[in-house]
Design a protein around this ligand. Sequence first.
Ligand SMILES: *Cc1c(COP(=O)(O)O)cnc(C)c1O
Length: 417
Amino acid sequence: MNLTREYCVALDRDDPLRGLREQFALPAGVIYLDGNSLGARPRAAAARAAEVVSAEWGEGLIRSWNSAGWFDLPRRLGNRLAPLIGAGHDEVVVTDTTSINLFKVLAAALRVQQQRDPARRVIVSEASNFPTDLYIAQGLADLLQQGYSVRLVDSPEEIDAAVGADTAVLMLTHVNYKTGEMLDMAGLTELAHARGALTVWDLAHSAGAVPVNLTAAGADYAIGCTYKYLNGGPGSPAFVWVAPALRDAFWQPLSGWWGHQAPFAMSPQYRPTEGIGRFLCGTQPVTSLAMVECGLDIFAQTSMTALRAKSLKLTDAFIALVEARCAEHPLTLVTPREHARRGSQVSFAHPDGYALVAALIERGVIGDYREPGIARFGFTPLYTSFTEVWDAVEILRDVLDSGAYRDARFAVRTAVT
Ligand SMILES: *Cc1c(COP(=O)(O)O)cnc(C)c1O
């Protein structure tokens, strides 16, 4: 391992994506390694927000639903996002939250299975899946009663044995939020289909982070966030995709008027519109939704192939440097070394993980902490540089060598970690 700071500077100089960083507003003195939790702000977002608030809302008022394209925004943004996840035109809408979209697609999938084979009433997932995904599945099973249940496995190796004749849906998150482990979407989808199960994929840590091809994988349903790697802003609406062959098989239970065939007919009867529009529910937060486009504008200037190549170089460099320069400290790599099994983040377990992350944040290196004991660092090739990787590891080394993280103030937990 002969990585030096000079070498990292040279990598940045030769980085074909280096020009994209200027399109983000990043504060001085911060090395931002948390774009997997909240993406950085595209510079253009400030002007766009002012335009939405002052011109479209202030001047246009209600006319802007038509004249500023507010009503079409979930579909228009869905079409711009689609290429990043291997989806086709008019197959994606940006709307609601990931949790809410999961409820919709899971309910639709269970309903499809009810028509095909009513004996299938189990949702299989991983115990290490993001909690909201498990809570939503549990809530839906509880609402449906009639023997619906959630079966959790402790590792991806156990999925094979857990999916059987009783399984309605295999519900997985493509890249694990905690470990950064990436699952084989095509392989697991094939396994599920061979057993008669449908798949729901959560792309919260995949969209904009790794190449995804839902169509090639033969996936059935997918959902994901726009405020993480896609840089849509805090709480920006999520997305939902359904395989065209399944889309019109059933509507979803949050059958609000935005999913109606003719919302302004004001009919007393719900009639779902054809296509992905039936996965809309009600009126959207336009000011937040509009920001999503600023992030997608930046993705349109590059490719997921180029981003993936840089992402793997960044995470490889981080792993190598931490292991070489912090070797005497009890840090355990949790993220797979194998490229095919790694997302765009690196997690290390440390006995004082929380305090370590808090001390790093005070020094300007922003990562985050996840139970139990995991320090998590996201690498976003649109704006993270190799020199920052070097500098972040040097600060980590200093915080560890000096024992600075042991200070009592770093043990105090904040509401959001
Ligand atoms: C971040 C994340 C969510 C967040 O869901 P919200 O409804 O936006 O709070 C859901 N699932 C996974 C896997 C996530 O990583």
